[in-house]
Ligand binder design. Structure first.
Ligand SMILES: [Fe+2]
Length: 227
C-alpha cells in the first residue's frame, strides 16, 4: 500500500504570505479529508486555526439550500470584500483548497487592496481612515456587527453586502478600484491558496445552476503578542 506525505508550507512560502499577502500551490491529493487536515495544520503554522459562528474549522464552500444567495453558500456574484468585516477581530488569514473548480467562469477573484489604495487620491484615503461604516452581521449570527473605518493601522475591512446606510462615496470609489484590478484564481482539483484577509479582498463570479464548484476554506488568526 502506498503512503502519502504532504509537505507543509515552506519557510519561504510562509514568509512570502506574511510579506506579500498571497501564496498558492498544489497538493498531490484531491481527497477532502486529507486536504482538510492539511489546511488546519498549515493554519496552525501561521497562527491559530479559528472557527467562527459555530462553523466547522474547515468549511465546504458550495451553494447550499437555505443560505443567502449573496453569501459564500450562495450562487450570486460576490463583489470584492474581506471576510467577517462585521466581526471585531476578523481572521488574519484565509486558506482555500479546490476540490472541484466548477465550470465556465466560476472563479474566485482577488484584489490587492494596497494596489487599489495606491491609485486613490489623498482625500479619499483620509475619508476611508476617518469615516465609520457599520458592517451588519449576517441574519443567522447573534451580533450587532461592527462599526469602524475601512482603513486602520491593522487592516482593510470592507464588505458592501447588506449595507443600506453609511456607505460613503469614498467606500464606493475604493470598491470600484478593487473591482477594476480583480484577478481570477483559475484552479484545478488539488490547488490551494492562502490570502491575508487584512490586505487582500476576494470575490466570486456568479455560479451556474447545479454547479459542481466545491472549495474548502479555513480561517486563522495570529497569536496576540504577550505584553
Ligand atoms: Fe468571502
Amino acid at each position: 500500500m502506498g503512503s502519502l506525505k504532504l509537505q507543509s508550507l515552506s519557510t519561504e512560502a510562509v514568509q512570502t504570505l506574511k510579506k506579500d499577502g498571497f501564496i498558492r500551490g498544489s497538493l498531490s491529493t484531491k481527497c477532502q479529508d486529507t486536504a482538510s487536515l492539511w489546511l488546519i495544520e498549515q493554519m496552525n503554522l501561521l497562527g491559530h486555526c479559528m472557527s467562527y459562528c459555530d462553523q466547522p474549522p474547515v468549511m465546504s464552500i458550495r451553494p447550499k439550500p437555505g443560505f443567502g444567495r449573496s453569501s459564500s453558500g450562495g450562487d450570486l456574484r460576490l463583489l470584492p470584500h474581506t471576510d467577517l468585516a462585521w466581526a471585531e477581530r476578523p481572521p488574519k488569514y484565509i486558506g482555500m483548497f479546490c476540490i472541484h473548480p466548477g465550470g465556465g467562469n466560476e472563479y474566485q477573484t482577488i484584489s490587492d487592496s494596497f494596489k487599489a489604495l495606491n491609485a486613490l487620491p489623498q482625500d479619499v484615503l483620509e475619508q476611508l481612515r476617518r469615516n465609520p461604516i457599520h458592517f451588519p452581521a449576517p441574519e443567522h449570527v447573534n451580533s450587532s456587527g461592527f462599526t469602524g473605518a475601512i482603513l486602520d493601522s491593522e487592516r482593510v475591512r470592507i464588505n458592501s453586502r447588506n449595507i443600506r446606510e453609511n456607505w460613503s462615496d469614498s467606500a464606493e470609489v475604493f470598491l470600484r478600484e478593487l473591482i477594476r484590478i480583480e484577478k481570477e484564481i483559475k484552479c484545478e482539483p488539488g490547488d490551494y491558496w492562502f490570502i491575508d484577509n487584512t490586505r487582500y479582498c476576494h470575490g466570486r463570479y456568479e455560479l451556474n445552476p447545479n454547479t459542481s464548484r466545491h472549495l474548502l476554506r479555513v480561517y486563522g488568526i495570529e497569536p496576540r503578542c504577550a505584553t
